[in-house]
Write a protein that binds this ligand. Structure first.
Ligand SMILES: Cc1cc2nc3c(=O)[nH]c(=O)nc-3n(C[C@H](O)[C@H](O)[C@H](O)COP(=O)(O)OP(=O)(O)OC[C@H]3O[C@@H](n4cnc5c(N)ncnc54)[C@H](O)[C@@H]3O)c2cc1C
Length: 390
C-alpha cells in the first residue's frame, strides 16, 4: 500500500499552491474589505483576469476533456487542486469549466451553450431544487408542457447557485407526471434568460447568495432539451455526484489553513504568563482537529480514487461529503474558540469561514441524505463494510 503522491501529483499540487499563494491570497484583505461593505469580494472581470493568468500557468478546464482545450484531470488530482483552492476564501476557481452534464449536449447545443461556458463568455446555473422539493428532489413540480415545436415551462426553482447572474439555466422539469421524476418523467432543458425567466436574489448567512428562478409560461424550443426526454433526473444526480468529492476536498483546504492559524496563535498568545498552547485544553482541540482532518483527507481521496478506478463512487463519496462537511465545521469552531474574542471579530476571517462552511452540511445532499445513502447501501447489501478492500 502506497499513500504517497506520485511525482506528477506532487508537481501539479505544488504549482497550484504557488499560484494561489502568489496571485490569489494577496487579494484577501481587499476581498474582506469589500464584503464588509456589502459588495462582491471580486467582480466577474477580476475573476476572469485571474483565470486567464492561471491559463498561462497551464491551469484551464480541470475536468474539461482535451478536445475542448481542458486538462481532463483524474479525480484524485482534481481533489488535490480543490483542497489548494480551499486554502483561501477569495472567491476564485479555475476557468475553462462547464457543468459536467453539459457534455451531453448536441453539436448545436455545444456551440450555443457548452463552448461559450468553457470560454467564460456565458454563465450557467443548474436548477433542480424547488420550494417543495429539496432533499426529496423527485418531488419536483415545475412543469414542461409540449406545444407544437416548443415546451412551456411553469413553476419555480429555488436556492440556485449563480442563478441571479446566469445567462442560461439547466432546468429539470416534469414532462410526464404519471411516470414520476425518478422513472423517466423529468427532462432537462437549456433555458436562456432571454426566453423569459426571472430571478430573485436570496440573502443567506454566507457571502454571495443563490436565487429563486421563476418560470411563468416560458416557451423553450424542443431543440433545447439536454440529453433525452425523461433523462432529467438521472442528469440531475450526475450533476450532484461531482460535488460529493469536490466539496469535502475544498473543506480539507479550509481546515488546513485555519488549523495553522490556530497553531500560530496558540504559540504566541499568552495568558497567566504562558502561551495558551501550553494548556491541555488547547492542545486537545488542535489534536482532535488534525486527526479529523487526516481522516477526512483519506476518505475523500479514496472517494476520488473510486471515480478514477471506474467503480461506483456513490457510497464512498457520501461518506467523504458527510465526514468532510462535519469535520470542517468542527475544526473552524475550535479554531474560533482558540482565538477567543478575536475569533469572533471581523478583523479576522475566521467568522467568515464559520458562516461559509455551515452550508457544506446542507447543499448537494444534506448530512441526513448522506447518512440515508450510506445506511441504505449497507442494509440492502449493495455495499460491504470495508469498501473496495472487503
Ligand atoms: C446556498 C445554497 C446553494 C444551493 N445551490 C443549489 C443549486 O445550485 N441547484 C439546486 O438545484 N439546488 C441548490 N441548493 C439546494 C440544496 O441542494 C437544498 O437546500 C438541499 O438539498 C436541502 O433541501 P431543502 O433545503 O429543501 O431541505 P429539506 O429537504 O426540506 O430538508 C429539511 C431538513 O430535513 C432533513 N430531511 C429531509 N428528509 C429527510 C429524511 N427522509 N430523513 C431524515 N432527514 C430528512 C434534511 O436533511 C434537512 O435537515 C442550494 C442550497 C443552498 C442553501
Amino acid at each position: 500500500m502506497d499513500f504517497a503522491l506520485s511525482d506528477e501529483e506532487r508537481a501539479v499540487r505544488d504549482t497550484v499552491r504557488a499560484f494561489i499563494t502568489r496571485e490569489v491570497m494577496p487579494l484577501e484583505a481587499e476581498v474582506l474589505r469589500r464584503e464588509r461593505a456589502h459588495q462582491p469580494g471580486l467582480d466577474h472581470s477580476e475573476v476572469r483576469e485571474l483565470q486567464l493568468k492561471a491559463r498561462k500557468f497551464g491551469f484551464w478546464g480541470l475536468a474539461t476533456p482535451e478536445e475542448y482545450g481542458g486538462m481532463n484531470l483524474p479525480a484524485v488530482l482534481q481533489s488535490l487542486i480543490w483542497t489548494e483552492l480551499g486554502r483561501t476564501f477569495v472567491p476564485f476557481r479555475f476557468g475553462g469549466e462547464a457543468d459536467n452534464i453539459l457534455f451531453h449536449a448536441t453539436e448545436e447545443q455545444k456551440r450555443e451553450f457548452l463552448i461559450p461556458t468553457i470560454e467564460g463568455e456565458r454563465r450557467s446555473c443548474f436548477a433542480i431544487t424547488e420550494p417543495g422539493a429539496g432533499s426529496d428532489a423527485a418531488n419536483i413540480r415545475l412543469s414542461a408542457r409540449r406545444d407544437g415545436d416548443d415546451w412551456i415551462l411553469d413553476g419555480e426553482k429555488t436556492f440556485i447557485t449563480g442563478g441571479h447572474d446566469a445567462d442560461f439555466a439547466i432546468v429539470v422539469a416534469v414532462t410526464d407526471r404519471e411516470k414520476g421524476a425518478r422513472n423517466g418523467g423529468a427532462t432537462a432543458f437549456l433555458v436562456d434568460r432571454s426566453m423569459g425567466w426571472r430571478s430573485e436574489f436570496i440573502q443567506t448567512m454566507g457571502e454571495g447568495g443563490p436565487a429563486s428562478l421563476i418560470f411563468d409560461g416560458v416557451r423553450v424550443p424542443h431543440r433545447n432539451i439536454l440529453g433525452e426526454i425523461g433523462q432529467g433526473f438521472t442528469l440531475g444526480m450526475e450533476w450532484i455526484g461531482k460535488g460529493r468529492y469536490t466539496i469535502p476536498s475544498h473543506a480539507i483546504g479550509i481546515a488546513e489553513r485555519v488549523l495553522q492559524m490556530a497553531i500560530d496563535y496558540a504559540n504566541t498568545r499568552e495568558t497567566f504568563g504562558t502561551k495558551i498552547g501550553a494548556n491541555q485544553a488547547i492542545q486537545w482541540m488542535i489534536a482532535d482537529s488534525e486527526t479529523e482532518l487526516e481522516a477526512a483527507r483519506w476518505l475523500v481521496l479514496r472517494s476520488a480514487w473510486t471515480v478514477d478506478a471506474g467503480l461506483d463512487p456513490r457510497h464512498a463519496s457520501s461518506m467523504g461529503k458527510l465526514y468532510g462537511a462535519g469535520m470542517v465545521n468542527r475544526v473552524v469552531d475550535r479554531v474560533l474558540q482558540i482565538h477567543g474574542g478575536m475569533g469572533y471579530t471581523r478583523e479576522l476571517p475566521i467568522e467568515r469561514w464559520y458562516r461559509q462552511v455551515r452550508l457544506y452540511r446542507i447543499f448537494e445532499g444534506t448530512d441526513e441524505m448522506q447518512r440515508l445513502i450510506i445506511s441504505r447501501d449497507l442494509l440492502r447489501g449493495y455495499t460491504k463494510i470495508g469498501g473496495h478492500l472487503a
